[in-house]
Design a protein around this ligand. Structure first.
Ligand code: SAH
Ligand code: SF4
Length: 372
């Protein structure tokens, strides 16, 4: 059976090599070739013995998902669309800023959690991405952005930050997400610091504990409502893990988190969750959790019934949080000329109605901005 090396983190690669009678340092060499140098051709791995290269050619491949579309927005935001087979596609969005470059990647094709304001949720769940499909987005984006060509050093990386805020719920695909995260952090692979890798979750409490124990990285939690009544409606998983449980999980996470705060994401929905009173309620709710707020102006998509809160309302909401001493940022909407804005529909590559599902499968969108 052929193994896709992009599916293996360092430990699994070592085990794979050991299983074929090879020394662990060979696995490290190959890890560097594949991830640090972006090499997929075994013949080019010149410090490996010819016999090992031949063996690898027989039993392994380096196979990332193919980029099927690549668009550049006026503000430099760049969106990649990946084919993940059977008519499914996912997206990554690269957001260049003065002091960093952030890649927003996807972890699932679709999402089962059905948040009422999210187009991914509206499309339903298709499947979990494999490790190769998750890490392959980074591998491919590094190639497309010239990062491998330039042989970067730590200080000047094209992609300095990764956020798992694209399509899907990372903690509903925890096993693959953890392996991909370990590759992102491994010095022989991508060498990113834990603080520069952010997982965003809608609040899967048991999986938050597992992430904390298995691979703590920076955490963003999609809060979106100041009480259970409203959150039950906006983020249905709240019925299973209501706010007291979620906030307790945030506090537990902080015991091991690389940053000493959780970022709460809060989508601004006109007349739904954006009043002064709700800002006050939010402050009371989160009093015991060291946190920052990231307000996300709602991005409409076809068929959505919500409206974005007006800019002055968002400013006022932010002022109330900040007056209480909570650091609050508001996401800029970027890349909207290529439908790369947070929560926007990307486009459609496949109409499955012809295959009898009675539904057009639209492609996902990316939430591309940075959790600060
Ligand atoms: N499933 C994870 C990560 C992906 S979503 C999660 O829910 O956290 C990344 C962020 O985009 C989440 O905070 C999500 O609530 C938000 N989002 C989803 N749809 C949106 C929309 N239409 N406009 C603005 N933000 C949206
Ligand atoms: Fe899934 Fe996140 Fe969208 Fe909710 S907001 S449906 S968890 S992708």
């Amino acid at each position: 059976m052929t193994v896709n090396l992009l599916d293996l983190d360092a430990a699994s690669l070592s085990a794979f090599f050991a299983g074929h009678g090879e020394k662990p340092f060979r696995a490290r060499q190959v890890l560097r070739w594949v991830h640090r140098f972006g090499q997929g051709d075994f013949d080019a791995m010149t410090d490996l013995a010819r016999s090992l290269r031949e063996k690898l050619k027989d039993m392994a491949v380096v196979l990332p998902p193919a980029i099927v579309a690549d668009s550049l927005a006026g503000d430099g935001t760049r969106k990649f669309l990946f084919d993940v087979g059977a008519g499914n596609a996912v997206e990554s969005v690269f957001i260049p800023e003065d002091d960093r470059g952030t890649l927003c990647i996807s972890t699932q094709a679709g999402c089962a959690l059905d948040c009422s304001f999210c187009s991914t949720g509206k499309q339903g769940f298709n499947r979990n991405l494999t490790v190769a499909e998750i890490i392959g987005q980074l591998w491919q984006a590094r190639h497309a952005l010239g990062a491998y060509r330039h042989g970067e050093t730590q200080g000047e990386r094209v992609i300095s930050n990764v956020v798992l805020m694209g399509m899907g719920e990372p903690l509903a695909n925890l096993d693959h997400t953890v392996l991909a995260l370990r590759l992102m952090l491994d010095d022989d692979a991508y060498g990113l610091s834990r603080r520069r890798v952010t997982v965003s979750t809608s609040g899967l409490v048991p999986a938050m504990d597992r992430l904390r124990d298995e691979c703590p990285v920076a955490l963003a939690v999609s809060l979106h409502a100041p009480n259970d009544r409203l959150r039950d409606e906006l983020v249905p998983i709240n019925r299973k893990y209501p706010l007291p449980l979620l906030l307790a999980a945030c506090r537990r996470y902080l015991e091991k988190a690389p940053r000493d705060f959780v970022t709460f994401e809060y989508v601004m929905l006109d007349g739904v969750n954006d009043s002064d009173g709700q800002a006050e309620e939010l402050l009371a709710l989160t009093r015991d959790v060291p946190c920052k707020f990231n307000l996300i102006p709602f991005n409409p998509f076809p068929g959505s019934s919500y409206r974005r809160s007006p800019a002055p309302r968002i400013r006022r909401f932010a002022e109330i949080l900040m007056a209480a001493g909570v650091v609050t940022t508001t996401r800029k909407t970027r890349g909207d000329d290529i439908d790369a804005a947070c929560g926007q529909l990307a486009g459609q590559i496949l109409d499955r109605t012809k295959r009898g599902t009675g539904r057009t499968f639209a492609l996902q969108m990316a939430r591309h901005e940075v959790a600060r």
